[in-house]
Design a protein around this ligand. Sequence first.
Ligand SMILES: [Ca+2]
Ligand SMILES: [Ca+2]
Length: 213
Amino acid sequence: MTGLVPGTSYHVRAFVVTSSAGTQRVDYGSEVNFTTLGINLTASAPTPNTATANSAQTFTTTITNNGGVSTGVGFNNFFQVASAAGGGGTIVDKAPTAMAILAAGGTNTATVSHTFATDGTYSLRACADKSSALNTGVITETNEGDNCSGWTDVIVATSNAIPTVTTPTSTSLTTSGATLGANVTSLGIPAAITARGTCWGTTPSPITNCLSE
Ligand SMILES: [Ca+2]
Ligand SMILES: [Ca+2]
């Protein structure tokens, strides 16, 4: 037998034809079943589950061929991004990317870059051998309904960075006075400084006599 469909169940029985007094008779033996080796692609839930607002984040999934035979050809995978946790809200399809032939039992990683504009909880999932939610790709599988992973909830937060200042300078020294100076070199994230200046004292690490300017 050739030309069978992968992952398909077949029934087989033997037959015999006899002829007696011009009458033909066909008899069949007992039946046996077998299933051809199939291909089944799945995707793991993407990682990581955090991202920084307005900063491109790369997400990774593992594509697995759980079947008993190579895919034979390459295929596309794609990711979906949802505006709420658990695939809720509005779902956006990311552009599909190509993957090479995957051997029986083989795995490979697929990635996507996504930038979340604002803080919040979003979600992301990956789908093997698909370029949209409805299509079934180019690989005929024993299960076309398990190609998308579960949703990974992604917490997006603005990164926090403390402001930075230069080491103060002191000039115009007299017996009782000095001119102090320093510069703010980064406003930090979020940029929300409310005061700047210098602090002085007669012991190290002064936190008194702070003069705003
Ligand atoms: Ca599948
Ligand atoms: Ca498929």
